[in-house]
Design a protein around this ligand. Structure first.
Ligand code: PCA
Length: 325
């Protein structure tokens, strides 16, 4: 009996340190695959946070649309169904129109431009996120958006009656302007959609082409640098505020590092994947000059429509953006 008592005391003492360390677990939902460079960057962020908090904050990654579909993730975090998430900013335009500023054709032409745009867009995103109980952690761009087609392109007329894969409002509107039918296909299903001949062309990055091994169906990639869309990683403000100050600091610092690392990764991946497309037999080149001019005119039309629909917040970004040039 005595021995049993002593053992119980020992067990309680051993258990103490575990009880003292309260572990918080968040889930982080994303619509992209584990092997996407964005997801790999999130995995490093998660590792940094776990290390810096000595395991007190664990973040479980839920990739591939398994928890929520990409376009539903912001709402799910807002409603407290999941603590954290990643989505592409332009998927939020119905609710937060200014989030689409990075998907306007031919405004941003380089990573430097993309950075300037983000500095101007960030305060507005933070304001809209704040109003919804969300906290933005960091943002990383996709490589520039190019044009993939199964036939060589000569003019805008080539798209009439064809099917164009879309992933946001910009790609839908461009398909409409070109006279193509927009077909919404999540990034992780692009390969399948091409293999079953559901789409003839798409605007996306070279890395998305590589990840989906598009070379069996797609013959041409035109580096039109249409825009640099960004993914945003965010958390419910309630979940964030519930952390002790030291853990909040660890998350903020790991997020700042993830942003720097992600932008570098994106640029490196942009070059590597364009080369990979070429190695796989895709013809990589520029669109004919005449088509480029037609396409730029569509881009201007798109910009006018966008500024009209977004209103005064558009000026807060684009007046300084063009003045800084
Ligand atoms: N890939 C994602 C978004 C932008 C990109 O380059 C996609 O095609 O859905």
């Amino acid at each position: 009996m005595k021995i049993q008592c002593a053992m119980a005391v020992w067990a309680a003492m051993l258990a103490q340190p575990c009880l003292a360390q309260q572990v918080t677990t968040w889930q982080l939902a994303t619509g992209y695959r584990d092997d996407s460079f964005h997801t790999q960057n999130i995995a490093q962020f998660v590792g940094d946070v776990e290390r810096a908090t000595a395991g007190a904050l664990r973040i479980e990654l839920r990739p591939n649309n398994t928890l929520f579909k990409l376009a539903e993730i912001r709402q799910a975090v807002q409603e407290g169904k999941v603590e954290a998430g990643e989505t592409i900013m332009s998927s939020m335009v119905r609710d937060i129109p200014i989030a689409g500023a990075d998907a306007i054709p031919f405004v941003v032409q380089s990573y430097g431009d993309a950075r300037r745009l983000w500095h101007l867009q960030r305060p507005l995103i933070e304001k809209h996120f704040g109003a919804r109980g969300l906290k933005a952690l960091y943002v990383v761009p996709w490589p520039p958006q190019g044009l993939f087609t199964n036939q060589p392109v000569h003019s805008a007329a080539d798209f009439r009656g064809t099917r164009m894969r879309t992933y946001n409002q910009s790609t839908v509107r461009i398909a409409e302007m070109l006279g193509a039918s927009p077909v919404d296909v999540p990034m992780v299903e692009v390969n399948q959609a091409l293999a079953s001949r559901k789409v003839d062309s798409m605007i996306t990055s070279a890395v998305t082409g590589v990840e989906n091994r598009v070379w069996d169906q797609i013959g041409f990639y035109y580096g039109i640098n249409a825009w640099f869309p960004k993914n945003i990683v965010f958390v419910s403000a309630k979940a964030f505020d519930a952390l002790p100050a030291s853990a909040r600091e660890a998350v903020t610092q790991a997020a700042a590092r993830a942003e720097v690392r992600g932008w570098e990764l994106s640029e490196a991946v942009a070059n590597e994947s364009t080369q990979e497309l070429q190695r796989r037999g895709i013809k990589v080149g520029r669109v004919p000059v005449g088509f480029e001019a037609e396409f730029k005119r569509l881009g201007e039309k798109f910009s006018r429509e966008w500024v009209r629909s977004v209103g005064s917040e558009a000026n807060l970004i684009f007046v300084p953006y063009y003045l800084q040039r």
